[in-house]
Design a protein around this ligand. Sequence first.
Ligand SMILES: [Zn+2]
Length: 302
Amino acid sequence: MRMMKFNFQVVYVPGRELQVADALSRRPQSPANVDSMVDELIKAVEEHVEGIRDALPASKDGLLRIKEATRQDLDMQELIRVVNAGWPNRVTQVVAAIRPFWSHTDLLTVVDGLLLRGHQIVIPKSMRKEMLKLAHDGHLGIVKTKKRARQSVWWPQMNSQLKLIVSNCTTCARYASEQRKEPLCSTPMPGRPWEKLGADLFEVEKMHFLVVVDYYSRYPKVKQLTGTKSTDIVLALKSIFSRFGILNVLVTDNGPQFVSEDFKNFSRTYQFMHVTSSPRHPQGNGLAEKTVGTVKALIKKA
Ligand SMILES: [Zn+2]
């Protein structure tokens, strides 16, 4: 994590070739300094977990629960002990339960009671099912499901377990066939959920709705509107953002509600970029428009 910005190599140098360290590099760090380093490290872990929360729809206490599950897992505790003590020379010298970690020894670290494999949190057995379910949430198919999981978590066999779940899922299979039919998408894929959203309005039986769709997960949120003025849209968007967080980019059409001064002020206050599809490129807001079609069909069915 914090060390990831450095690309370093550990090279064995025989003792007789070592330089004598000069006074400065031997000067011990003061305890206060060490404390601040630990604080910084913990902060880095917390920030990382924030990132995980973004990537996986995990609850806020996710980190604490992973820590607690790690603490209660005897295999994980043995693994932590070995990581801290240093790995032996032969795989047969560690207990069977942690042998699957043998080929990852150089990536494993322990930070604040959590086991990390590079930037990924190693998930103890008791929480793996839950993580598989979270990664599979939204039925994104194998590639995206794997990508979503790998961004933040890891355990031995995670990939094959994800593959098994997705290959047994009919919804994912349908998604995969729809994906093939879609033309090449000209919009670059955002890097994480809730970064770029599309919004559009629609009407069913004289009721007005706002649909907001996430470009990453393609998950729609629908909100009934009190009216169709700018202020009504802003109110609805505020309520969605307060629950799911503020985005970076919002794509809409050139409807009067979206090009008004009120809306401009809103995007300025909430600090997101507002992109409107130009009349010459009506497909710019295609995702939101397509989602409106799907949602309308669902509402009418219900
Ligand atoms: Zn699925």
